[in-house]
Design a protein around this ligand. Sequence first.
Ligand code: 6PG
Length: 332
Amino acid sequence: MAPFAASASPAALSYGFLRRRPSPICRFSATFFLPLPSATLDQSRRLSAVWPTPLRSRRGSSSSLPAMASEKALASKGKQGLLVFDTEEELSVSLAKYAAELSEKFIRERGAFTVVISGGSLVKSLRKLTESPYLETVEWAKWHIFWVDERVVPKDHEDSNYKLAFDGFLSKVPIPPGQVCAINDALSAPGAAEDYETALKHLVNIGVVVKSATGYPRFDLMLLGMGPDGHIASLFPSHPLLNVTDKWVAFIKDSPKPPPERITFTLPVINSSSYVAMVVAGAGKAGVVGKALGNEKTADLLPVEMISLEDGELTWFADNAAVSMLPDKPSL
Ligand code: 6PG
């Protein structure tokens, strides 16, 4: 893959894009970064988990995660894996390592790393990425940030996923502002969805985002949360949006989780990802995790159960509380 023109950096391409479009979405409303933290990682973390075999074999023996993961194997099959941590703190440490390793891999392979984030508690679980050693070692200049879903509110609104991510993550790492693809908050929900999809198409055309074999954008890494009802992105149980395949970005005006108006990636876009991390912490998620990863399958699939990656790897990052209703041998 050779997505970038040799003469232009990703940032230059993005900024060029901004200049050409009167209503850009890849823009940044803030113009400064907060002071950089200098905390060190706790290397004494304990982990009980299983790591997906394909990723383990690619990581090689230099990675400490597979060795730690072998401490307690729960289950693994195909391109799904489950990592269970004693605490959310340990989960956060491992998630940072996972993201940093994928960053290195994709930047080595194609000079960029496209990362999709959700709102909710996921952002807090990204905190270790903003600390040493990742703060200094990750090539942040090559990162491109997208949102799997966004609430249609101003970016400085308390409900904004952009604000949540900016306050908890983006303000602490030096990702070029032009590579942060936020919603155009001046538009209505339908307009914002169309605008975001148009911008994605441009980024696919210039090679920043890869195109999947089935024609959808193929992001390098999606970092997702899951609601206690099993929703992912703004795709809610039994909602007709789950069936949309002719759009990359859709809008919703009747979200059961407030606020009601949102835009969201559609299921085929999520399923085209190279890597997906499903981050679930807390007892509030235990029932759905038990259903999604349990052995009793029912016809009424929850959105999270509809994740079926075309050609990628799904890894669940869970704490003990979130898997408390899971049988010993989960269905993976
Ligand atoms: C949103 C989020 C949403 C979130 C889940 C999980 O905008 O509402 O993107 O999809 O990820 O609801 O949120 P919690 O982890 O906070 O439960």
